[in-house]
Write a protein that binds this ligand. Sequence first.
Ligand SMILES: [Zn+2]
Ligand SMILES: [Zn+2]
Length: 343
Amino acid sequence: MKALLKKSQGFEGVDLDEIQEPITKSNEIKVKVYAAGICGTDLHIIHDEYPYTPPVAMGHEYSGTVVEVGEEVEKFQIGDRVVSLTAIVTCGSCRYCNQGLLMLCEHRKSIGSGVHGAFAEYIVIPAKSAYKIPENISLDEAVLTEPLACAVRCIMERGRVNGGDFVLISGPGTIGLLALQVVKANGGNCIVIGTSHDKERLNLALEMGAMAVIDVEEENSEERLMALTKQQGFDVAIECAGVSISLNNCIKLLRKQGMLIQMGLFGKKIEFDSDLSLIKELNYVNGFATEPTSWEIALRLLEYKHVDVLPLISNKLSIDNWQEAIHLAEQKVGYKTLLLPNT
Ligand SMILES: [Zn+2]
Ligand SMILES: [Zn+2]
């Protein structure tokens, strides 16, 4: 089968190749991948900024249809539409596994980095890692379940938004716009910030229910932001851009004892104003991808229409055009770029 592999260092180490189709074990299901989203993490893997075990098929945000079911599996049938957790290999006995924290397992391997992922025609996963897609959700929309679950993990499980909170979202990309909708579902007032490059994204943020959007490069942006919070500062700031200036803006604009939620991955060491964060007694939380509970909440948010992911799907390309797809993702053309391995 076709698979987009990261084989070795650098962009030259990425190649569309033929690999053997995976074999389905008794507790597993085999899924024909419909589409897989290109995530910032995939780009970090391509540039060797995120750990991976080569050669590995990248891709961890996907949806597909079950084509084979192991003999012990009762939960799924051929034809079921599914999504799955990323942390599919875990030891089951470390302190984190015992708490159900699969991403933190000492021996975890995730699809797309540690084991073959979804930039491939088929993927085989343990049945216990998979979830049925609600009937009213399309396969296109379901691809976004994983990044939505990341937002749920950070904002609802690790962090917290109270009704009426002033919430700053820094970075109006896919993650920022998912975070916006999760915050709205929790009753927060969202203000989204970006730069002059983000005009269209900021407009979409308004359409998705942001209370205000502000280009931080414009004059008096800080004063305007503080005025929006009645000079109190933000209760919660969610860093979604993965750049240090954005993190420092969050620290500056938070109120004392506010909550800083880190969602963006920087891909390198960065500088931030640690003393200001200390003086304000900020609560700093982050989240490493998702846990099973995050998926259940994410699927419910989708099913009951608290979140609309359709406007975030911008590009759909056959895996044969993977170079162009990666280019679109790197240049941040639109929002999500999907690779179709079977088209
Ligand atoms: Zn992702
Ligand atoms: Zn473990």
